[in-house]
Every structure is written in structure tokens, then in C-alpha cells.
Design a binder for this molecule. Structure first.
Ligand code: MN3
Length: 244
């Protein structure tokens, strides 16, 4: 099958099977973290693969269609499936995704890896857009300038965190409980929501997947180019909407 046909057919298949769009979280002041997906509409213990919200090829040339399709339909779908299986019969059944992130311990291996995988990828799709790029404005720009002096300095720090992570993992821009922003990096599928796992805890606003499956088809070993081009697709409005 030709690549174009393949992508088109797959998009139709995806449209038919995706069951839960990424829903912007509502503000609940007592919550420590903002949701990536609104867990209130999901049955207890049953998490679903969110729709991308754009076509597989929509982020080209920055991220290629084949990578997006495999990443979403196979990698993320696999995390969701294994996460649901791991939750069955566990004490975390019935908790929201945010609650699971906060409650899990370092030894809850399958929930940590697959629940983290579900949380991280749901956020990742939502902070990218075919109309992305540019620089943030408003409150987010102010917060970035307060913490990092200016956007370029933030970009440098974020890119360094992503570029120097050894092996697989993520780099993050997060907001701590004190309201301040910080950049961090986590291995594997860990994230700053995991209170009992990571040292720098906060609400992730922006995350970049730096597993090789996120870029290797197009960029091979040039992780730096992938990180740089990721900035062309960042949906800063979506990032800003996650600020407390
Ligand atoms: Mn990934």
C-alpha cells in the first residue's frame, strides 16, 4: 500500500476507534495537580486512548506521519491496555489518573510504567499543534521570564534537560506547589506528578518525549534536531491553559 493511502486509511480507522478526546481540565482549587485527561467521565479503572486532535501528518516536517501513527496507535495504546490490566484488582482501582500518579510508589512497577506512559503521552499530544510554534504570551510568558529571565534562556535549559537525559525519558516544564516554574527530566515513563517517585514534584505544563521511538525514523541519532524542531509545534495556548 502506498504511504499516502496507508495514512488515510489509518486515519479513518483511528477516527472510528478513538473513544475519548483530551478534555481540558476544569479548575478545582483543592486539587494539587491539573488533569491531563478529565477522569470524571471515565469509568473506574478503565482508561482510554485519547484522540490526537489532528492528523498523523499534521506536524510534518517536524514530526513525520509514520512516527506519529506508530507512537499513538501502538505505543500509547499499549500503555493504556497494560495500565488497565495492572489496575485490575489493585488498591488503585477507581482512582483518577492524577490520583494514581500521586499515590503510586516506586515499586508499583507496571502502574508506574504504563500509567506514566498514559499520562505522559496524553499530555504530549495535547501540547503540540500544526499551528504551533512561536513564543508564549500573557501569564505564561511572564512566568517564564520571572524564572528563566527570558524565553531563549528557558529554551536552552529545557533543550539541555532533554538532550542530556541518558537513555529513554522525558524533559518537562512544570509548576511547583509554590507556583514557580522549573525544568526537569525524568527517566522512562516517570513524570513530575509522581510524588513518591521523583525528587522534583509539580504539575507538568509541557513535556517532550525523548525515547528514540519518538524521533528515530526521521532523525535517527540526531536528537538535538528533533528537540529544536519540537519548538516549531508547541501549542503554547495549551501549555498556558495548564498554569494554575
Ligand atoms: Mn513515547
Amino acid at each position: 500500500m502506498k504511504k499516502r493511502t496507508f495514512v488515510k486509511v489509518s486515519s479513518i480507522l483511528l477516527a472510528g476507534t478513538a473513544v475519548s478526546p483530551i478534555i481540558k481540565s476544569c479548575d478545582t482549587p483543592r486539587k494539587k495537580h491539573k488533569s491531563v485527561t478529565d477522569s470524571s467521565d471515565q469509568p473506574s479503572g478503565v482508561f482510554t486512548l485519547p484522540d490526537l486532535g489532528y492528523d498523523f501528518n499534521a506536524l510534518e516536517p517536524n514530526i513525520d506521519a509514520m512516527t506519529m501513527e506508530i507512537h499513538h496507535d501502538r505505543h500509547h495504546a499499549g500503555y493504556v491496555r497494560k495500565f488497565n490490566a495492572a489496575l485490575e484488582g489493585s488498591t488503585m482501582t477507581g482512582k483518577s489518573l492524577n490520583e494514581v500518579m500521586a499515590a503510586m510508589g516506586p515499586d508499583d512497577t507496571s502502574i508506574r510504567n504504563n500509567g506514566g506512559g498514559h499520562f505522559n503521552h496524553s499530555l504530549f499530544w495535547s501540547v503540540m499543534s500544526p499551528n504551533g510554534g512561536g513564543i508564549p504570551s500573557g501569564n505564561l510568558a511572564d512566568a517564564i521570564n520571572r524564572t528563566f529571565d527570558n524565553f531563549e534562556s528557558f529554551k536552552e535549559q529545557f533543550s539541555k534537560a532533554a538532550g542530556t537525559r541518558f537513555g529513554s525519558g522525558w524533559a518537562w516544564l512544570s509548576q511547583g506547589a509554590d507556583g514557580k516554574l522549573f525544568v526537569s527530566s525524568t527517566p522512562n515513563q516517570d513524570n513530575p506528578m509522581m510524588d513518591n517517585v521523583v525528587s522534583e514534584v509539580g504539575t507538568p505544563l509541557l513535556g517532550i518525549d525523548i525515547w528514540e521511538h519518538a524521533y528515530y525514523l526521521n532523525y535517527q541519532n540526531k536528537r538535538g534536531d528533533y528537540i529544536n524542531n519540537f519548538f516549531n509545534v508547541i501549542n503554547w495556548d495549551a501549555v498556558a491553559s495548564r498554569l494554575a
